[in-house]
Design a protein around this ligand. Structure first.
Ligand SMILES: Cc1ncc(COP(=O)(O)O)c(C=O)c1O
Length: 1004
């Protein structure tokens, strides 16, 4: 795409330079990103028998509907929104930085930005339909292979939220392997933020955490005391967690720690930085001690993107999977991609080991994670292939060269020392200074440099004043010159001798990593082919119910990439990151208005984590009232798997009570009342998805909420379906205490092939004081500052959650404005209701007795008993009928609807507001054609899909003969589309139908 300089009409705004011409993308420039014309909307309204958009909500209680406009600004025209975003980003003061620390930054290969523009990779959903997702599956396979290569671990999942979450999941996994899990021993030399994350999660559960102390004379773990602790606990410890590079930037004795864990038969978890494991770097964790550690956890964000004010992160998790060690794999969390064959023996890839996950195992799942950080895994894999063995080696060498240079300068100055001269470090430099570190850092900033960070408080009992600098391949000669000038200015010349120990060889890698390398052209061509194997909501309706696959504006991605947002480090002084803080502040305030609730946290990075935040808030609230015994969580049977898994993660595994549905698919009030009577005294709360997963608004929501409140419980609303009601229903008026807003659904963040998502949580007045993380306030002088709520439950993210996604949502909301939010929801509902009205004459609908209840954003189709019989006769058993019908959608160029959830025999369709009436009509014709095929040519159902690059995948064998990684000597060979997805979308529906029939020697 070429660069376009576009001039705004407003004389006050400077021209913006967009790397694309928005006019070339009709969905991009349409008002509120709604493609349907006014005529389309009138015709659709007429079809459903209504005259205005607001009539779509006339069946809901009027008192619960917002009567006043939202407190959002008026919508901005495209270029003004772009200019506004650019202006805010410029409020960030980017200085040469040696901060690194919690979130190192390294150069990312330029190929990453090219791959990020491949929309079928960046905007598609989790690869549940392998025949139409080989693109995503291969990128994840590459990630697993190259990370396996670097770490020596055979099973790397794709992926977890961030380092803290990966440590937490590794701990849970280690505990599952113990008969009676005892306390977990955490090195106190881990990052404080990771420790607080774990403590926040442990609260109210049976997870006990103990801290192993740091030795104030060496700056690393006190090994003698650690051994004594292990001795005293007689092997009851369930896991030992330690870092390779600790929070002071010093190297821990990983061999000793690994062997100590082994001696006591304790699972060991090493916290690593994969970048530092490249050739020329640190020892890989499979080589720690005699046998290597059991699990690894770490942050890999810097392999994919710049700091982006803290996120999206990329949680790395690995376990062993070789002839000696296989047993833990089924206890592990997250998503794995395995090698497979399709029914024609073609090589392909598929998600494996799903039976551990929440969508199948609910509260018994190994983790509540659903959306993960998938797209970061995609681009991290590409970055590593593009940099290759030599590129990575070179990056490390450059960082070490800069560090060596600065260490030499330190030797020449007085008043600044190597803090622990006998303890080795790698690419960090830990210095002790005489002056107050805060003053010193301010002095450096005044001279134009972010010198490092004050880490004095990281060793309890330490009286040294400590500053840590981190080095990477990002620091230029010029940055080093600025640093030198500062040192020369600030510290007098020294004549005294200083010494620094070099890392001993046993802590370093002794064999090359041997990462594969490919040329830029080869890779870009390959990733373009991968993109061609997927489909994107850009091109047409992507009817995946409950997932809200709407159009993802290009403007949002452009904004998130602006240097003032993407390069901002979350630990930079607040005065230098006013741009990001302003975005967060506005988001915080706007989401209060959109939900009608009193407070907001921007930390949670996915719906499931939002749910956990909600339940942890409930726990803290009850504890504060002396009612910590409340342990019952009511959840409708039809809820998403994450609701149950989250309740278990929050400590309520034995307190989950299922609620039944009535014949309309809504919560059965009689059953609810019976359960609430039974559990009144111990009721913690209820989790309700509204509108529910059948696309129906829970009309008794307020009544249910009132009864829960009367019983002393609290109400969590799963906001996955906010696209139906955002800006329309005032959640405070229906009694919501906490709700998550999936930015990757309603708020247009691309799904990335499974993540990263984001889930801003809004809460009622009762819970505001307990919110996790920091809040932002606007000062009188217009600046933005952060603060911790008084009774905060702790933290769910080391910083601000997936900040890049907040920028995207902010950009979207600038274009929507106060009118656009309810209009977007209304058109989403209208599109669904329109399709429902067309299709209900062709298919039975579910819930069976809810035919007359107006649908909101989605609806469920099913087949008649006769259809099931016909299919059975044609060789498709009833249990396979619905998933197989889903495959026929792929043949028409669409993604499948959500199959078999929440109704086993349901096809859940959510069209969203992004498509024109002709596009919806074409989709409807395809769905009707599918019904005709089922009724009249059932034989074609069993062999679907017919035009995708691969046929049905043999998942049973892929799961039985698991292959999760291999040495990549060449890029995996790719299947080819039998008909290109775009070509399918351009064909007449009848033409596609006859081509399917021709394959079976049939004709219409
Ligand atoms: C109804 C519902 N709840 C919760 C979730 C979990 O959200 P996330 O994937 O963002 O964790 C989903 C995801 O699809 C959902 O549809």
């Amino acid at each position: 795409m070429s660069t376009h300089s576009l001039t705004n009409k407003s004389p006050n705004l400077s021209p913006v330079h967009l790397p694309y011409d928005p006019e070339e993308y009709p969905r991009e420039t349409s008002r509120h990103y709604i493609s349907a014309s006014d005529e389309d909307l009138s015709a659709m309204l007429q079809k459903v028998g209504l005259s205005r958009l607001s009539d779509l909500y006339s069946h809901l209680p009027p008192k619960k509907i917002f009567t006043e406009a939202l407190s959002l600004p008026e919508e901005l025209p495209y270029l003004e929104a772009a200019a506004e975003l650019e202006n805010i980003s410029k409020k960030t003061n980017l200085l040469p930085s040696f901060i690194g620390d919690l979130l190192p930054a390294w150069q990312v290969h330029p190929i990453v930005s090219e791959i990020s523009k491949l929309r079928p990779l960046s905007t598609s959903y989790t690869p549940y339909q392998p025949e139409r997702s080989q693109g995503t599956l291969v990128t994840h396979w590459i990630y697993q292979c190259v990370l396996s290569n670097l770490t020596g671990f055979e099973a790397i999942n794709t992926s977890l939220y961030d380092r803290s979450a990966a440590i937490f999941e590794a701990i849970c996994c280690a505990r599952r392997s113990r008969k009676r899990p005892g306390p977990v021993l955490l090195a106190n030399s881990l990052f404080e933020e990771d420790i607080s994350f774990l403590q926040t999660h442990a609260q109210g559960t049976d997870l006990e955490l103990e801290l192993a102390p740091v030795d104030a004379t060496s700056g690393r773990l006190d090994y003698a005391r650690l051994e004594k602790m292990l001795n005293e606990q007689h092997g009851s410890i369930s896991a030992l967690v330690f870092p390779q590079v600790n929070a002071l930037g010093l190297l821990e004795e990983v061999d000793q720690l690994s062997d100590l864990a082994m001696k006591w038969h304790i699972p060991s978890i090493a916290v690593i930085d994969p970048m530092l494991l490249a050739t020329g770097g640190l020892k890989p964790p499979n080589r720690f001690g005699q046998h290597g550690v059991d699990f690894i956890a770490g942050e890999a964000q810097h392999l994919a993107i710049p700091p982006s004010f803290g996120g999206p992160g990329l949680g790395l998790f690995g376990s062993r999977f070789n002839d000696q060690s296989k047993k833990d794999l089924r206890n592990t969390p997250g998503r794995y991609i395995g090698k497979a064959k399709d029914s024609q023996n073609r090589d392909c890839f598929v998600m494996v080991l799903s039976t551990r996950e929440q969508h199948i195992r609910k509260e018994k799942a190994t983790s509540n994670v659903c959306s993960n950080q998938a797209f970061l895994a995609t681009i991290a894999g590409a970055n590593l292939l593009a940099k290759g063995e030599n590129g990575l080696k070179h990056s490390l060498a450059q960082a070490m060269g800069s560090r060596k240079q600065v260490a030499e300068w330190i030797m020449q100055r007085d008043g600044i020392q190597f803090a622990f001269s006998d303890t080795p470090a790698f690419n960090d430099l830990l210095l002790s200074v005489e002056e107050d570190p805060a003053q010193l850092l301010k002095g450096a900033r005044d001279r134009g440099i972010h010198f490092g960070i004050d880490v004095s408080s990281r060793i309890p009992g330490n009286d040294k004043k400590l500053i840590k600098l981190s080095f990477s391949d990002l620091q230029s000669e010029q940055d080093l010159t600025v640093l030198k000038e500062f040192l020369w200015d600030y510290f007098p010349a020294s004549s005294s001798k200083k010494r620094e120990v070099v890392p001993p060889t046993h802590l370093l890698r002794n064999k090359p990593a041997n990462l594969p390398s490919f040329s830029h052209d080869e890779l870009i061509n390959y990733y373009e082919q991968l993109a061609n194997l997927n489909i994107s909501p850009d091109d047409g309706c992507y009817p995946l119910g409950s997932c809200t696959m709407k159009y993802n504006p290009l403007l949002n991605d452009w904004a998130a990439g602006l240097a003032g947002f993407s390069q901002a480090h979350p630990q930079a002084p607040e005065e230098d990151v006013q741009g990001p803080l302003e975005v967060l502040y506005q988001i915080q305030e706007w989401f209060k208005s959109i939900t009608g609730l009193a407070g907001v946290t921007t930390q949670p990075v996915a719906g499931a984590q939002g749910e956990l935040v909600g339940l942890k808030l409930f726990q803290a609230y009850h504890l504060s009232k002396g009612e910590g015994y409340r342990n019952i969580v009511l959840i409708p049977k039809s809820a998403h798997g994450t609701n149950f898994a989250t309740a278990a993660t929050a400590g309520y595994a034995s307190g989950i009570v299922y609620l039944q549905a009535n014949e309309n698919g809504m919560i059965d009030l009689n059953d609810f009342r019976q359960k609430i009577d039974q559990h009144r005294k111990n009721l913690c709360g209820i989790m309700i998805t509204n509108p529910n997963t059948s696309g129906i608004f829970e009309s008794d929501f307020s009544e249910i909420a009132d009864e829960v409140h009367k019983a002393g419980g609290l109400v969590y609303m799963d906001g996955a379906n906010m696209n139906a009601i955002a800006g329309v229903i005032n959640l405070s008026k229906i009694g919501v205490d906490a709700v998550h807003n999936n930015l990757h659904k309603t708020w247009t963040i691309p799904h990335g092939g499974g993540g990263p998502g984001d889930a801003i949580v809004a809460v009622s007045e009762r819970l505001v004081d307990f919110l996790p993380g920091r809040q932002i306030r606007k000062e009188e002088d217009g600046s933005f500052r952060s603060y911790l709520p008084e009774k905060s439950i702790g933290t769910f993210h080391r910083n601000w959650g997936n900040f890049g996604h907040k920028v995207r949502a902010y950009s979207y909301l600038l274009r929507l404005g106060k009118e656009g939010v309810p209009r977007m929801s209304s058109v989403a509902v209208l599109s669904a209701r329109y399709l429902f009205e067309v299709l209900r004459y062709h298919y039975p609908t579910l819930p069976a007795h809810a035919g007359k209840i107006p649908r909101m954003h989605e609806f469920i189709l099913t087949l008649s008993e006769q259809d099931f019989v016909k299919l059975e006769e044609a060789g498709v058993p009833k249990s396979q009928a619905i998933p197989q019908v889903g495959k026929l959608f792929l043949d028409f160029g669409f993604h499948a609807p959500t199959v078999a959830f929440p109704e086993v025999f349901g096809l859940m369709i959510e069209p969203t507001e992004s498509y024109t009436k002709p596009e919806l009509d074409r989709f409807a014709r395809a769905v009707i054609a599918i019904k005709d095929l089922i009724e009249n040519y059932p034989i074609v159902v069993g062999s679907a899909p017919h035009f995708t690059p691969i046929d049905r995948v043999d998942e049973v064998t892929a799961n039985r003969n698991l292959c999760l990684s291999e040495t990549l000597t060449h890029l995996p060979s790719l299947p080819v589309n039998r008909i290109q997805p775009k070509a399918l979308l351009a064909l007449e529906i009848d033409e596609i139908k006859s081509r399917i029939l021709q394959l079976h020697d049939l004709s219409i």
